[in-house]
Design a protein around this ligand. Structure first.
Ligand code: SF4
Ligand code: SF3
Length: 547
């Protein structure tokens, strides 16, 4: 196997035996094959696009399939094999629509396999992997593009679930994937990566529109961290449609609902806040789940990443449920909603009724809900605070959390930033500092949480609106620094989106991605002044000096 898609990859080079995340070789190989197949579908999708047609079914399949390959989502080889079988059918349909082959086709567009053995044998062959390209810069640019596409796909999939789709997002995913089957000049590959940044902005904007028009604008909210004395269901991941249906189906059953990890921002939406049995948030970011799912004592539902392997000795596997792109051997899977219908979460409710209430692990409240509409409602106050000097600087610290101690950096930056700074955050990176008491500036909390990682879009909108409010020509003239933490592939899409919006000088940590070859890293440094994080003191001093 070879996988270097996340920040925790072995030796910051690549996982070759088993993932640091726990991903076994067969799972990694099947995920590679699923991507390979998406490239094959895209080859035909491109032929259709030349005729001015975007195949929506193919677009939908590709968004889901790429999402399946995101870190910490799909762990069940049987389930990934089913996705591959489904992909082969989708490819056949698109190939027919495209009028079959004109000219030679790459292997990803033609190979066939039906039995589990055929599929696994193909998955284990080297040709399906990114390492099939010898040149490290080619490999790096292709991987950067595919990884960016995974993040775009995840956000596009969430929007699609809510009925929001754009052909140009699907088209751009197919263009990107098909491009990796051809030998292209480096400049063209760099252009495709930049274009993926634009598509990332579009997909986050679309998801923002989908979320806010369906559930209302997130609003400033105090989220309860304690527990009540009823059985509960814990919901994690990013899928708000699952949240909606779970809340509906648990109402009046005597079962409470709590969020975990990246589902915390569900607490900020008016459509969810109205439920009396929606108690609050339980625990921290994804990598604490082995302890926190254990002490929760009730059913746990993973709607998307991050699900990590259940530690030996833990007892929650028989109350672990997955849905959507998530799968785990031994966990119960909630099937997709039938057309026009809803998912059926009754098995979770029944399981919850037999469980003890959650054990309390903390008390108190945290504040969040500062997506663009809420921040703009406070705009006068914020602009005034900047003009008077009460707020000297904003530091965007969005992104992911992760297991490594090196991420203490972000806690220390938050603690040591001068008191006249405000942290803008989104994504599970926030758990490194969202429970610290950092105070407020004239009633404006010093940590403004916009929501999930995709709500980094809100932070970009806020920056663009502040640029207008201050009458500046360039977003980089604002008193804003970017100190971004990444772990999985959505954060890469967010990064490409920020670059496409013209943001310069982003600090990225805790390490630069292993999939950036020295030459590709140099392009990003020269073009966008991206830099790795340094020391806490050094970085704070540099950021406060506008560097
Ligand atoms: Fe390694 Fe990360 Fe890939 Fe898991 S997802 S195999 S930790 S690079
Ligand atoms: Fe976190 Fe997995 Fe990336 Fe949506 S839940 S940010 S790591």
């Amino acid at each position: 196997m070879f996988c270097f898609q996340c920040q925790e990859t072995a030796k910051n080079q690549g996982c070759t035996v088993r993932g640091v995340c726990g991903k076994p070789e067969s799972t990694a190989a099947l995920q590679d094959l699923l991507i390979y197949l998406c490239k094959g579908i895209s080859v035909f999708g491109e032929k259709l696009r030349e005729k001015g047609v975007v195949d929506r079914e193919a677009g939908r399949f590709i968004t889901k399939a790429l999402f399946v390959t995101i870190t910490n989502a799909a762990w069940d080889d049987l389930s990934i094999t089913e996705w591959i079988r489904e992909g082969l059918k989708v490819r056949d349909v698109v190939a027919k629509r495209a009028g079959g082959a004109a000219g030679p086709l790459p292997d990803c567009a033609t190979w066939e396999g039906t039995s589990g053995e055929d599929i696994l044998a193909k998955a284990m062959s080297d040709e399906v992997r990114i390492t099939a390209a010898d040149d490290e810069d080619v490999r790096s640019l292709r991987e950067l593009l595919i990884i960016g596409c995974k993040g775009i796909a995840a956000y596009a999939e969430h929007a699609e679930v809510l009925g929001f789709e754009k052909d140009d997002i699907y088209g751009s995913l197919m263009e990107s994937l098909a491009s990796t089957t051809r030998d292209l000049p480096v400049d063209e590959m760099v252009d495709l990566v930049m274009k993926a940044g634009e598509t990332a902005v579009k997909s986050m904007a679309l998801l923002d529109e989908a979320n806010t028009s369906t559930y209302g604008n997130p609003e400033m909210t105090e989220v309860n961290l304690g527990v009540r004395n009823n059985p509960g269901i814990l919901i994690s991941g990013h899928d708000l449609k699952d949240m909606e249906e779970l809340l509906e189906q648990t109402e009046g059953t005597g079962v409470d609902v709590y969020t975990h990890g990246e589902m915390l921002p569900a607490n900020y939406y008016p459509a969810f806040k109205k439920y009396g049995h929606f108690v609050g948030n339980y625990g921290g970011s994804w990598w604490h789940q082995n302890e926190e799912f254990e002490s929760f004592q009730g059913p746990v539902l993973l709607t998307t990443n991050c699900l990590v392997p259940v530690k030996k000795g833990n007892t929650y596997l028989d109350r672990l449920f997955t849905t959507g792109v998530v799968s785990y051997p031994g966990a119960r899977y909630i099937p997709a909603r039938p057309k026009g219908g809803k998912k059926d979460f009754s098995s979770l409710v029944e399981a919850a009724k037999k469980c003890a209430p959650p054990k309390e692990i903390e008390k108190g409240k945290i504040v969040g809900g500062f997506a663009h509409a809420q921040v703009m409602a406070l705009a006068d106050k914020i602009v005034e605070a900047v003009k008077s000097g009460a707020i000297k600087r904003f530091v965007v610290m969005a992104g992911c959390d992760g297991r490594f101690n090196s991420r203490d950096y972000y806690t220390e930056v938050a603690k040591n930033l001068p008191k006249d700074t405000v942290i803008l955050t989104a994504g599970c990176a926030k758990y490194r500092y969202n429970k610290l008491d950092l105070g407020d500036i004239g009633g404006i909390p010093r940590v403004l949480d916009a929501g999930q990682c995709n709500d980094s879009y809100s932070l970009a909108i806020i920056a663009l609106k502040l640029k207008e409010a201050f009458g500046l020509a360039d977003i980089n003239e604002l008193p804003i620094s970017y100190d971004i933490a990444w772990y999985e592939q959505k954060a890469v899409a967010v990064l490409l989106a920020l670059l496409s919006l013209g943001v310069q000088g982003i600090r990225l940590g805790p390490t630069l991605p292993a999939f950036l070859s020295p030459n590709v890293a140099k392009v990003l440094v020269d073009k966008f002044d991206i830099k790795p994080i340094g020391t806490v003191e050094g970085d704070i001093a540099a950021m406060m000096a506008g560097k």
